[in-house]
Design a protein around this ligand. Structure first.
Ligand code: GRF
Length: 202
């Protein structure tokens, strides 16, 4: 299976996928990353892709006259690589109707909180501020909401009294990277069905 991964930052989730595929082998893992896209230049996630010899593309909102035009450009850029599955690994933009029309049902996101708690761009900070005792990460299919699509898997992470946002986020990311690698591999190898809010992996 062909994966396109979308990033906006350090790309450690992307790196975890690349390392797992290199260690396991494409055939055994069931998928390979064929391209990496971003919404901004100069991020470590793109440098990781380049070091891995992968094609990259950047779709910046400000290069387009409207949000819809950006969404269409992103859809076209991703479509060029003919992915079976698109993975948002820290991609910090909400995709639009055209992208979902093309990739809905095969577009997976990872979020650093236990959805439906703490959706949005500051899930780690919000859980900490709320005083949650446990939080974690969620891998889910993307729908037309923000972090509201059908949940595939979740991992629990305890919140420690001495945690600040970055310490907690690092601990979450350790679980998140393992969860994403495991889920993407299973989706690619086994195939799956989405039945309402339920995801059935064969
Ligand atoms: C991940 O925790 C992701 O859930 C969140 O931002 C982080 C991205 O980390 N949206 P990285 O870029 O994969 O290192």
């Amino acid at each position: 299976k062909r994966l396109v991964v979308l990033v906006s930052g350090s790309g450690t989730n992307l790196q975890a996928l690349l390392d797992a595929i290199a260690a396991t082998g494409v055939a055994a893992y069931g998928a390979e990353v064929v391209a990496v896209g971003a919404d901004r230049e100069g991020i470590e996630g793109l440098a990781r892709a380049e070091r891995a010899g992968l094609p990259t593309f950047v779709c910046r909102i400000k290069d387009h006259e409207s949000r819809e035009a950006w969404d269409a450009a992103l859809t076209e850029a991703v479509s060029a690589y003919e992915p079976d599955l698109v993975v948002s690994a820290g991609f910090m933009k909400i995709v639009g109707k055209e992208f979902l029309a093309r990739f809905g049902g095969r577009f997976v996101n990872t979020h650093p909180a236990l959805l439906p708690s703490f959706p949005g761009a500051h899930g780690v900070r919000d859980a900490l501020a709320y005083g949650a005792k446990v939080t974690g990460c969620t891998v889910h299919f993307v729908d037309d909401g923000v972090d509201t699509g059908p949940i595939i898997a979740q991992g629990v992470v305890e919140v420690r009294d001495e945690d600040d946002e970055s310490a907690l986020h690092e601990r979450i990311k350790e679980v998140e990277r393992r969860l994403l690698v495991e889920v993407v591999g299973r989706l690619a190898r086994n195939g799956y069905r989405i039945e309402g809010r339920k995801v059935v992996i064969q």
